[in-house]
Design a protein around this ligand. Structure first.
Ligand code: NAP
Length: 139
């Protein structure tokens, strides 16, 4: 099993998405600009596993220096992760994908941003403790 991590950004109440984009999309404030830069820095050189829309939104400049993998509902997360045994794998969402991969994630990187508006996708705190038994088995 690879070193499985997650990287995400949430609003003050756990907001994650709105109308298919980030709820704070286009907000020019430094915290939001820095968050995007940080995402690309931290995932550089590693594997990014995410749903199709999230992977397709990765800009060209960031495609050459990381491995991108589109996951879908027909895949077993364990089979996907087993493809990358010696790598660091970041699960990049969206929320449905986190629900499926949460039991295998050891390290969560959650940036809580100063956003307090509406959302239609939310962080689920249960992801942090999902699949407790399988986490213990993994050692
Ligand atoms: N705040 C953040 O850090 C962050 C990060 C990423 C995305 N987002 C936001 O999240 C929203 C998108 O979320 P969403 O809920 O609409 O879509 P989503 O979570 O991206 O889920 C849809 C994707 O997940 C795949 N999928 C579905 N079930 C799966 C399973 N059991 N295992 C693996 N993959 C599975 C789907 O594949 P198929 O349909 O092809 O089977 C599809 O590609 C957007 O608003 C986006 O901006 C936020």
């Amino acid at each position: 099993m690879p070193d499985v991590r997650s990287i995400c950004a949430i609003g003050l109440s756990g907001q994650m998405g709105l109308n298919g984009v980030l709820p704070w999309e286009g907000d020019p404030r430094q915290a939001f600009v820095d968050d995007v830069a940080r995402f690309f820095d931290i995932t550089r050189g590693h594997v990014l596993v995410a749903g199709r829309k999230t992977i397709e939104a990765i800009p060209d400049f960031a495609r050459g220096d990381r491995t991108l993998f589109i996951t879908d509902r027909g895949m077993d997360p364990r089979d996907v992760l087993a493809r990358f045994p010696d790598r660091v794998v970041y699960v990049g969402g969206g929320p449905v994908a986190w629900g499926a991969y949460a039991p295998y994630i050891r390290h969560w990187d959650i940036n809580r941003l100063p956003y307090d508006g509406p959302a239609d996708r939310w962080f689920d705190v249960n992801w942090l403790i999902a699949g407790g038994a399988s986490v213990q088995e993994r050692g």
